[in-house]
Design a binder for this molecule. Structure first.
Ligand code: APR
Length: 249
């Protein structure tokens, strides 16, 4: 898979680069995506497991499913794509990393001030009074932690379908999309809004739009550059070519 020299020309001059990542970036860390043929939504029903109604109708099932996903995330390691994005942060005068992912692998790789649009799977809070929960989570089968403050059920601090995104996160992400010179959409099917609106906001605001994804998406025809490879292959290649161009390699 070749990286177009024209893209490197643009990146060499870019002042502000913004990136939106999705589950595809963590695929090479062994974390399943959602909509790929072998993805989570091929086996599980998102409305039962990643929605308020799902939690209210069967909190035990939802809690256990997130405990299972946390185990997978805790065993996973950042991959070359995550580390390449840490390099991106150093290569551009201004850089914003926006993620839909909840696994915190960007932070574990060393990315700083990551905008988490969909929360994260590590933290928990009370479903009732919203108080953050720092207590025990590894309870005997069939038990869900209770809020020490109000006795409410504890839930993971991810954004569920039908829930509002953290207002400051979506506002910062939209500002980045409007102000950046180059916007990368990496490892996302670009189907879930409002995250999926960001690449369009960027393009409408005059940014060069780059998609890194081995498969086509509804965004592909809008992208100025379509890098049809995995993030763990494509991103390190871009970093290497840009560093060479800048005399850093
Ligand atoms: N490198 C880059 N992209 C990849 C790779 C890879 N190694 N493997 C798969 N992909 C691409 C797929 O082609 C697909 O377009 O990653 C994308 C994953 O899409 P989804 O599974 O829909 O994940 P995502 O776009 O992050 O989903 C958005 O939906 O379920 C909700 O809240 C959840 O944040 C998630 C949101």
């Amino acid at each position: 898979m070749e990286i177009p020299e024209r893209l490197i020309d643009i990146l060499e001059k870019a002042n502000y680069v913004a990136v939106l990542t999705g589950a595809g970036v963590s695929a090479e860390s062994g974390i399943k995506t959602f909509r790929d043929p072998d993805g989570l939504w091929a086996k599980f029903n998102p409305m039962e497991l990643a929605s308020i109604d799902g939690f209210m109708s069967n909190p035990q099932r939802v809690w256990e499913w997130y405990q299972y996903r946390r185990e997978v995330v805790n065993k996973a390691q950042p991959n070359a794509g995550h580390y390449a994005l840490v390099e991106f942060e150093k290569l551009f005068p201004q850089f914003t990393l926006i993620t839909q992912n909840v696994d915190r692998l960007h932070q574990r790789a060393g990315s700083t001030n990551v905008i988490e649009l969909h929360g994260n799977i590590i933290d928990n809070h009370c479903f009732n009074c919203k108080e953050p929960y720092y207590g025990e989570t590894d309870l005997p089968e069939g038990q869900i932690p209770r809020c020490p403050k109000c006795g409410g059920l504890i839930r993971p601090s991810v954004v569920w379908f039908g829930e509002m995104l953290p207002p400051d996160a979506i506002q910062q992400a939209e500002e980045a999309a409007m102000d950046c010179d180059v916007f990368f959409s990496i490892g996302t099917s670009a189907e879930v809004y409002p995250a999926a609106s960001l690449p369009y906001i960027a393009k409408r605001s005059g940014a060069v739009l780059v998609e890194v994804n081995p498969n086509p998406t509804s965004l592909s025809s809008f992208a100025d550059f379509k890098i049809s490879t995995t993030s763990a292959v494509g991103l390190p290649k871009i970093v290497e070519m840009l560093k060479k161009r800048k005399g850093l390699l």
